[in-house]
Write a new protein. Structure first.
Length: 101
């Protein structure tokens, strides 16, 4: 029952067991929120994906990020996970992620 309560709090990634993944998700979530870019995250980043996009909004998001340990693939995966979160909402994302873990 306590786990369901944790999942209900947007931005609380405590259900993500891998520490570095949790840190990356938290940083991206906060950056997207600060950049007011959740609607942007529902869209496709276009040619080059998130790693090579020239989007001004993505540049804005990146300027708000603090985590500097990304590889190209961890950044792309993190942003795709944030895209999924934007598209299906917090509760569904938390349930889906937890079920897959």
């Amino acid at each position: 029952m306590a786990t369901a309560c944790i999942h209900a709090i947007p931005g609380d990634f405590s259900f993500v067991q891998h520490k570095e993944t949790r840190i990356m998700f938290d940083d991206a979530y906060r950056a997207i929120t600060k950049a007011e870019a959740w609607d942007y995250m529902k869209t496709d980043p276009g040619e080059g994906g998130y790693m090579f996009s020239q989007s001004e909004m993505l540049t804005k998001i990146n300027s708000c990020m603090k985590y500097d340990g990304h590889s190209g693939s961890s950044y792309g995966l993190t942003m795709r996970m944030m895209q999924r979160l934007a598209r299906i909402g917090w509760l569904e994302f938390a349930k889906e992620y937890s079920a897959a873990a």
